[in-house]
Write a protein that binds this ligand. Sequence first.
Ligand code: ATP
Length: 307
Amino acid sequence: MTENAITNGHVVRTRGLTKRYGEVRAVDAVDLEVSEGDVYGFLGANGSGKSTTLRMLLGLVLPTSGDAQVLGQPMPAARRSVLPRIGALVEGPGAYPHLSGRANLALLEATGSDRGARAERKARIVAALEQVGLDPGDRRPTRAYSLGMRQRLGLAAALMRQPRLLVLDEPTNGLDPQGIQAIRQLLLDLNQRGTTILLSSHLLAEVEQMCTRVGVLDRGRLVLQERLDVLLRPTGLVDVRTPDAFRCASLLGDDVVRIEGERLVIRSDDPAGLNAHLVDRGLRVVEVGFHRPDLERVVLEAAAGAS
Ligand code: ATP
């Protein structure tokens, strides 16, 4: 049987995964499903349980109850065979402060099981540093690195084994806008080449720009898990922007759902037809298009519905 058949397409799958710290249910009966090829965005407010969940997947925290499977194998029991096949950045970018980035990666390589020839290892290190935008010739110790550079080095370490799955806790934390853009592009390239990515974030815009699927945690509970294109598909509404908003509203009557200044939301599934109708009546239309739900509202509604 192939690994895919065992996992049924799921690279990560949990059932009833729960972690309690005394009275606090940090993670509460979570059924997570990350499919092969996903860029899965794990969203939630501070303290909602994202890091604890990711740590349980990696065998760093033991669940109170429930099951977790990663690459089709039970965690933490199978961590010796699973961990070498995944890349992770969850504990914050730890590095030896007195060594350069390159020397840190060389140390990491030396402790790995798949060492290969010396030249090969060297090439892997240089490639990983270049992939994250760090200069392989930089000899400065990592204590001189900015937070963003440390974050990149942590990612380079996660990439060195060309993992099938990357697990990243807030990967763009501490990066400037250019850095965020570069890391986002890097993660999308890796995903195109077959790496499944599970990342946590509290930035909705970031998740909206790069993820294929989202899960939302609220006080330990998974209140939403869905493909992004399903969440954001057209709603049977059309947005119209016109300086003639009042005339437009009186013309369309009950089909108007709301008016916000020059913007109207209209019940319709035919923006082109609606545009032609308005222009025929002499109205000036600046913009017209499908109304898409805004992810922020979807997430807030999911959280509100759960409480
Ligand atoms: P953030 O975005 O702030 O990192 P998070 O969504 O990752 O938050 P967690 O760090 O998983 O959330 O924390 C979930 C809850 O569990 C919080 O209430 C936190 O205080 C609690 N918690 C986490 N680790 C421990 C611990 N070792 N001991 C006691 N409580 C903990």
